[in-house]
Design a protein around this ligand. Sequence first.
Ligand code: C2E
Ligand code: CA
Ligand code: CA
Ligand code: CA
Length: 279
Amino acid sequence: AKNAGRNGYRFYEAAMNARIADQLALEMDLREALENNALHLHFQPQFTLNEARLVGAEVLLRWNHPVHGPISPARFIPVAEETGLILPLGAWVLRQACQQWRIWHEAGLNPPPLAVNLSAAQFQASGLPEEVAAVLAETGMPATSLELELTETIVAEDAERAETTMHRLADLGIHLSIDDFGTGYSSLAYLRRFPLHKLKIDQSFVRELANAGGSDVIVIAIIQLGKALGLTVIAEGVETPAQRDFLHQQGCDEVQGYLFGRPIPADQFTALLGTPAPA
Ligand code: C2E
Ligand code: CA
Ligand code: CA
Ligand code: CA
């Protein structure tokens, strides 16, 4: 029994070391990808439910690893966050997104506002408002065409500081939204205090719509709450006409999801500019 225990421990230790080695390798590869421009952005369209008008695009980071192929941001963003690489990585995403907006604009294509995801470390780093202002000035993208998606955790950690940073960002003219709304620890009080523009209903609630489990009630409550506070409400992860119809009935303003369009590279997104929604 003692031996088995020891082997069990050894096995555990080996597995741990392998995991750490994996993370390290991933981090090194990611650093290299950032330096060598091996990362790219995808854009996922957002539409109004009423008129099916294209009103935005979420910017999503993509990494095609030379050996392992495409790696999900759900896997590499946490590694970047743990190692601090998220700061240069996030800065790259922001600049790249603004540059792309500018390219579309120069081509006379009237691009919608772009929503860029922000990690907690980026939000908490001093100088974020200045960095954003500099990128906007450099790329000539109007502040009103940039939206930053924040999560509830960012907000929950140091509400006072978060409030100051948000006001400095909002004063630039950019829009702020709360991503994955309803999944994090949150105090409803901040919804009134913070200069927010939009709530994004998390896709876990949307997925459960029409299943027994109470998500219908939660989605209805989030829509009502958002409306009462004068915020735009968008649902993400919309995959079926039934989900769309329910959200429409409940007065949800906007939608994003595979039903309407997957995240696609910039050159493909160009084809969407100026066209009505497919669903
Ligand atoms: P998120 O911000 O919640 O982004 C939405 C995710 O849902 C994206 O996954 C998107 O591709 C996916 N999605 C969109 N529509 C549907 C749908 O109808 N059904 C389903 N099942 N999924 C849908 P993705 O691109 O894999 O990104 C995963 C997460 O990685 C993001 O979740 C975000 O937290 C993070 N992420 C991605 N890009 C960035 C970035 O540039 N910076 C930061 N900080 N995080 C990023
Ligand atoms: Ca997001
Ligand atoms: Ca989300
Ligand atoms: Ca998420």
